[in-house]
Design a protein around this ligand. Structure first.
Ligand code: NAP
Length: 264
C-alpha cells in the first residue's frame, strides 16, 4: 500500500505509547481512526487530538486480555458502520522476572492479548481487507512484536515467545497475501519510552537508552507503506536482533540469561 489517505484504520493499544503516537501521525482529514484500549478517557484524549486535525474518530473501549473480546470489538466496530482497511495490532504487555513470579492467570491474559485476540481480530477484519471493491484500495496489517521476538529470553519467557508468534505469524501472512491487495508488516521495537517499561519492568539498563514512541511509530508506518515484511526499530536493536537469530542458540541463551538476571 502506498498511502494511508482515505483509509479507515483500527489501532489496538491506542490509549498511550506507540499506538497513540501512530494515531497522532496518521491524523488527517481523509482518514478515519478507530481507537481501542481499556482506558476510555485516554482514548478520548487521543481522539480529540486527531479530530483537531480534521480526522473522523471513534473509540471502542475493550479489554483484549479477555476471551471473546476481539469478537466483541469487531462486532462493535461493524455495528457502528465501520470496516477497517488497515489494522494495527499493537496492544500488548510483558512481565519481566522469574517464570514462577507471575500467576498462571497473568500468563493466560498476556497470551490472550498478545496472541489469541491479535489473531482473532485479524481473521475477523480480513474479508473486508481482501475485498478491494468494498474497501479503499490496498489494505494493510501492521503488527507490533518486539526485539524479544528474535530469540528466547530467560526471565521474559512467555512475553518473548508470544512476540515470536507475532513476528512469524505476520511474516507468513506477508507471503500469503502479497499480490492480493494486502500488505503485512511486523514492527519490532526495542526498549521504548512508554508505559510498557513501567508495567514490564525497565530494560533500559540492558541497552543503555530508550527510543521515543514517536520514532518507533514512524518506523513501523513507513515500513508498511514500503511493503516490508518486518522492520526492527533502531540500528543497535537491528544488530541485536540479527545476532540473536544467527548466533548458536546455546550461546545466546547463556548471554541472555546473564543479562536479564542482572535486571530482574
Ligand atoms: N515499550 C517497549 O519497550 C516495547 C518494546 C518492544 C515491544 N513493545 C510492544 O509495543 C506495543 C505497544 O506498547 P507500548 O510500548 O506503547 O506500551 P504502553 O504505553 O503500555 O501501551 C500499551 C497499549 O496497549 C493497551 N493495552 C494494554 N493491555 C490491554 C488490554 N488488556 N486490553 C486492551 N488494550 C490493552 C494499553 O492501553 P490500556 O492500558 O488503556 O488498556 C496501551 O494503549 C506492545 O505490544 C509491546 O509489547 C514495547
Amino acid at each position: 500500500m502506498n498511502t494511508f489517505k482515505q483509509k479507515t484504520i483500527l489501532i489496538t493499544g491506542a490509549s498511550g505509547g506507540i499506538g497513540a503516537a501512530m494515531a497522532r501521525q496518521l491524523a488527517d482529514p481523509s482518514v478515519t481512526l478507530l481507537l481501542t484500549a481499556r482506558s476510555e478517557e485516554a482514548l478520548r484524549t487521543v481522539a480529540a487530538d486527531a479530530e483537531a486535525h480534521g480526522t473522523q474518530t471513534a473509540v471502542f473501549p475493550q479489554d483484549l486480555s479477555r476471551p471473546g473480546a476481539a469478537e466483541a470489538l469487531h462486532d462493535a466496530v461493524t455495528d457502528a458502520g465501520f470496516a477497517p482497511d488497515v489494522l494495527v495490532g499493537n496492544a500488548g504487555f510483558g512481565a519481566l522476572g522469574r517464570f514462577e513470579s507471575e500467576s498462571a492467570q497473568t500468563y493466560a491474559e498476556m497470551l490472550t492479548l498478545n496472541v489469541v485476540n491479535l489473531t482473532t481480530l485479524t481473521r475477523r477484519c480480513l474479508p473486508h481487507m481482501l475485498d478491494a471493491d468494498a474497501g479503499n484500495g490496498e489494505a494493510g496489517l501492521l503488527n507490533v512484536a518486539s526485539t524479544a521476538a528474535h530469540q528466547p529470553l530467560p526471565y521474559f519467557a512467555v512475553y518473548a515467545a508470544s512476540k515470536s508468534y507475532v513476528l512469524h505469524f505476520s511474516q507468513a501472512l506477508w507471503a500469503e497475501y502479497r499480490g492480493r491487495g494486502l500488505t503485512v508488516t511486523c514492527l519490532s521495537p526495542g526498549p521504548t519510552r512508554t508505559g510498557f517499561q513501567t508495567r514490564a519492568g525497565s530494560m533500559s539498563s540492558l541497552t543503555g537508552s530508550l527510543e521515543s514512541a514517536e520514532k518507533v511509530a514512524r518506523t513501523g508506518l513507513r515500513a508498511l507503506l514500503n511493503g516490508r515484511h518486518a522492520v526492527v526499530s533502531g540500528a543497535g536493536n537491528k544488530a541485536g536482533a540479527l545476532l540473536g537469530r544467527l548466533s548458536p542458540r546455546r550461546a545466546v541463551l547463556a548471554i541472555m540469561e546473564r543479562a536479564f538476571k542482572a535486571v530482574i
